[in-house]
Ligand binder design. Structure first.
Ligand code: UDP
Ligand code: MG
Length: 139
């Protein structure tokens, strides 16, 4: 299945401002099929573990605080060449550098509160999907 799916999170800033629906519409419009989805409220330990690769960086503590500041929506999304196609749809990490029409350009507030997460490799898509979902929860 690797290559055919990616993992995404609608981040707390987007949930708070009621943008979950519009973001899901853009994901749907982009041709992605929702394979699994749920709303979760991450603990500090979960957020630290999810973003383990960034531990020690200047933004790590603030990132963990942000990602635990409210509920998020986690999803597995199916599409051909899903990781790369989804990164194109969400745009650059920094919304100021994101292309017009991307999810981040449309909904991000800042580089931290950038509305959405997308896996950066097939290997990480597998890791991140397994972090939140059991095999039986996937369509
Ligand atoms: N982030 C931040 N400040 C930075 C870089 C990243 O707050 O200078 C946050 C931002 O929410 C980003 C997340 O940390 O989405 C993970 O960073 P990464 O470099 O992996 O960016 P992404 O893969 O999400 O585009
Ligand atoms: Mg990343």
């Amino acid at each position: 299945m690797a290559g055919n799916f990616t993992f995404a999170i609608v981040k707390p800033n987007a949930i708070r401002t009621g943008k979950t629906g519009p973001i899901l519409a853009m994901i749907n419009e982009g041709g992605f099929v929702v394979s699994a989805m749920k709303m979760v409220y991450m603990t500090t330990e979960q957020a630290e573990s999810f973003y383990e690769v960034h531990r020690g960086k200047g933004f790590f503590t603030e990132l963990v605080e942000f990602m635990t500041s409210g509920p998020v929506v986690v999803m597995i999304l199916r599409h051909e060449n899903a990781v790369e196609e989804f990164r194109k749809l969400i745009g650059a990490t920094d919304p100021e550098k994101a292309d017009p029409g991307t999810i981040r350009k449309t909904f991000a507030i800042s580089i931290k509160m950038n509305a959405i997460h997308g896996s950066d490799s097939d290997e990480n898509a597998v890791r991140e999907a397994n972090f939140f979902f059991a095999e039986i929860e996937r369509y």
